[in-house]
Design a protein around this ligand. Sequence first.
Ligand code: GCO
Ligand code: MG
Length: 408
Amino acid sequence: MKITGAKVYVGGPGKNYVTLKIMTDQGIYGLGDATLNNRETLPAAYLQDYLIPNLIGMDPRTSEDIWQFFYRGAYFRGGPIAMAAFGAIDMALWDIKGKLAGMPLYQLFGGKSRDGAMVYAHATGADLPDLMESVTHYIEQGYQAVRVQCGIPGMPTASYAVPAAKGGKGDFITDFGGIRPKTEIWDTDKYMRYMPNALAEVRQCFGPDLKILHDVHHRLLPREAAEFAKAVEPVGLYWLEDPTPAENQDALRLIRHHSTTPIAIGEVFNSIWDCNKLIENELIDFIRIAVTYAGGITPVKRIVDLAGMHHVKTGFHGAPSHSPISMAAQAHLNTWAPNFGIQEYLVLGTPECDAMFPSEHRIQGGMFFVSDAPGLGVDFDEHEATKYEYVPGSHPIVRLKDGTLWNY
Ligand code: GCO
Ligand code: MG
């Protein structure tokens, strides 16, 4: 069996999805997602200029060797651009393998460990009452878990995932205003004073059963993160996400030493080497890796197994920048993983998105039910895709009030 060709498409309804289609001499094709939010043209170029010319003629069933060929063969290992490109190839090869076997991918991993996988949605508000409304909206749809973010009184600008004005939509992670970022102004003291009480009010309002998650989005220093994690202990968070950047990983011990609040980290990691120490030292409770920019199903499955040995559960990244293809790859892993925790799920089931990526996967009552179609179980309508063009966008940047650049 041979790969005869591959195409890359950039664009989509409201998002620049990077979609890879790998064709074979047996008529079976595989699909992969290389979307790297706000840098979409780069994995696409890597695929087009270097990887696809090498893929032609390879046997798609040798997915492990192909992964090693590209990863080791690059010499300069890792990085989000390369790993997103390898990730798309790997997903597409697993898709082909599943179609050849006539089985959904979860069967190739070891079968079902559960029927539905719990997902969480993003509730947000310009202020606390707005946030409460947003949480209510998701609870009414049957969600058992909700990530909560809200505006902070006196904060100079709206911050991560929060609308600027009441009633506004705030969960954007891409500003399509071009490649020059807009600026957010951040004040740690105001956040530290306000947010623990706001989270306590959410708990009080919705009772003990709701799983409440909160994303600090890398804004705190390790000591501040430890103080915050301790302060929110009575809330009983399901997780506290990215309390501090995970570059200096030893610093995370400070959080562990001062609190039992569960910690979720990993959405910006690209390989097992970014998280093996965090997992082995049991400094986190959830690993937030994504099958796109962590290099595909092959390496992520190894991370899931390592995590399982250390009581770390999965909580794969699922920001709206992921296409239904990588979300399906993660859904198959979620169906199998013995140490599954939760899945962030934000691919909005708009008619446009469903038309571009038809599938039988479904979300009901805050649970994701994977379809039994062979492979990933998602198709790609190339004709639909031609309706969309690449739109340049960027993440905001963050500054402190005195102008110092901070972490988005
Ligand atoms: C999340 C993330 C995202 C990121 C985004 C950046 O938890 O969903 O923090 O919202 O900001 O993926 O591209
Ligand atoms: Mg996050």
